[in-house]
Design a protein. Structure first.
Length: 275
């Protein structure tokens, strides 16, 4: 982790200062409102990897049970709020600028639960002390963003490169327990991109994923799980080739097995995740 807050200075030169101020005000409003939250997205990515890229918004992750309090805190600070998709995201607007409030991945898999907060790391964003989403959970969430117009595999590679020596590999394996092929695919791409760094991924991780992928049971044969990694690009397989929708099947199966995460409903944590 770099521990620097370069995006605040750099983005101020590329974005209107009022937009940067809106992001900072949102963080202050959540902190003053006692809303447990984590910073992710481009700001956390920079703190972990040192790579800065301009970003159109601020990504704040929180448990679903804290969403109502977050929206109220932003409204008190003058933001207009909207629940865009109850599955995973709401937004707070100040004029044309906005903050994303995210409580799950878009496919419903990477639910923000208490473990995100238990393993969060301290950082500084826009001059303010914050807690950052853990790299393991960022990899979990980004691992399923494989659209034609947005591919987060590069981010996964850079997070692995920056954090491999401190990653909790057992927890990462647990996060991908239902989807070993997804994590295995990313780790193979990491090995390809950085052949001299491949030993930084413990051998037991690759071995376990290969074994899980080989022996995984319970998934119907005539199903396409591509809809978990892309909303649109596997529709042809459903419509023309007659595959069952793997995303719908997975949602139902997770609901029955209770493996989708607790939605942040099990235990209370201090405001700000203990910071």
């Amino acid at each position: 982790m770099t521990g620097t807050d370069a995006p605040a200075a750099v983005a101020a030169g590329e974005r209107p200062q009022a937009e940067i101020d809106a992001r900072g005000d949102a963080l202050k409003a959540l902190a003053e409102g006692g809303v447990p939250h984590l910073v992710a997205g481009a700001y956390a990515f920079h703190q972990y990897t040192g790579i800065f890229r301009d970003t159109k918004d601020l990504d704040v992750f929180l448990r679903e049970r804290d969403l109502e309090a977050a929206l109220a805190a932003l409204e008190r600070a003058g933001f207009r709020t909207e629940i865009v998709d109850p599955t995973w995201i709401a937004k707070g607007y100040r004029g044309e600028w906005f903050v994303d409030l995210i409580h799950s991945s878009g496919n419903g898999v990477a639910v923000v639960d208490d473990r995100w907060f238990e393993h969060a790391r301290p950082g500084t964003v826009l001059g303010q002390p914050v807690m950052l989403a853990p790299p393991e959970e960022m990899i979990w969430s980004k691992g399923f963003v494989l659209e034609r117009e947005r591919f987060d595999g590069h981010d996964v590679n850079h997070l692995l490169h920056a954090c491999a020596d401190t990653i909790d590999w057992t927890r990462l394996l647990e996060r991908f327990e239902r989807y070993p092929e997804v994590l295995l695919a990313h780790l193979l791409l990491f090995r390809f991109a950085y052949p001299g760094e491949r030993d930084r991924v413990p051998a037991f991780v690759i071995d376990r994923l290969v074994e899980q992928a080989r022996t995984q049971n319970g998934v119907p044969d005539r199903i396409c799980r591509g809809t978990l990694i892309s909303r649109v690009h596997y529709q042809h397989d459903l419509d023309v080739h007659g595959y069952a929708d793997g995303r719908r099947w997975d949602e139902a199966d997770r609901a029955e097995g209770g493996k989708a995460g607790d939605g942040g409903r099990e235990r209370d944590l201090p405001a700000g995740g203990g910071r």
